[in-house]
Design a protein around this ligand. Structure first.
Ligand SMILES: Cc1cc2nc3c(=O)[nH]c(=O)nc-3n(C[C@H](O)[C@H](O)[C@H](O)COP(=O)(O)O)c2cc1C
Length: 151
């Protein structure tokens, strides 16, 4: 595990309430977008254009791909659109957990946006998957979300 990763412990975890809700980012390659369409939950997309924004006012799990250069280049791992979304205090405060995706070809930085955001927001990293995800990933995440919301 990366030296800088802090695990969120049991008592720190705040379980979400209300409707199961996923907020996600997906770039023009739309891998994450296509994956989200296979989940059977409410979802909201963080816009690609930085001038556009969304505001969230209920608990959600964030799903984001990773965009750093691989190897030692971890600086851009969290997409700038996601950073901008989370810079709004209200949006940030309703985030209860993180799921990240990536491509294992990137080696050490595979799905690195997940642990970075988990640490920053002090919420659990619930799952990581590759590219478009598999049917197994879809089933796992549907299950994880249901359980996380206590359904
Ligand atoms: C410029 C670039 C940098 C990337 N960097 C990483 C990386 O550091 N780690 C990783 O796991 N995946 C990395 N990826 C892979 C993407 O996270 C992956 O393709 C993801 O499915 C893209 O999702 P999207 O199409 O929804 O934007 C990178 C992809 C690109 C194009």
């Amino acid at each position: 595990m990366h030296d800088d990763i802090k695990l969120v412990s049991g008592e720190e975890i705040v379980k979400p309430t209300g409707e199961v809700h996923v907020v996600y980012f997906s770039s023009i390659s739309n891998n994450t977008h296509r994956f989200i369409q296979k989940l059977s939950v409410k979802n909201s997309r963080i816009p690609y254009e930085l001038e556009e924004e969304i505001n969230v006012d209920s608990d959600y799990v964030l799903i984001t791909p990773t965009y750093s250069g691989g190897g030692e280049f971890t600086s851009g791992a969290v997409p700038k659109q996601v950073i901008k979304f989370l810079n709004k205090e209200n949006n940030r405060n309703y985030c209860r957990g993180v799921i990240a995706s990536g491509n294992t070809n990137f080696g050490n930085t595979f799905a690195m946006a997940g642990p970075i955001l988990s640490k920053k927001l002090n919420v659990p990293l619930l799952y990581q998957f590759e590219l478009l995800g598999t049917q197994n990933d879809v089933e796992k995440i549907n299950e994880i979300l249901k359980e996380f919301w206590g359904e």
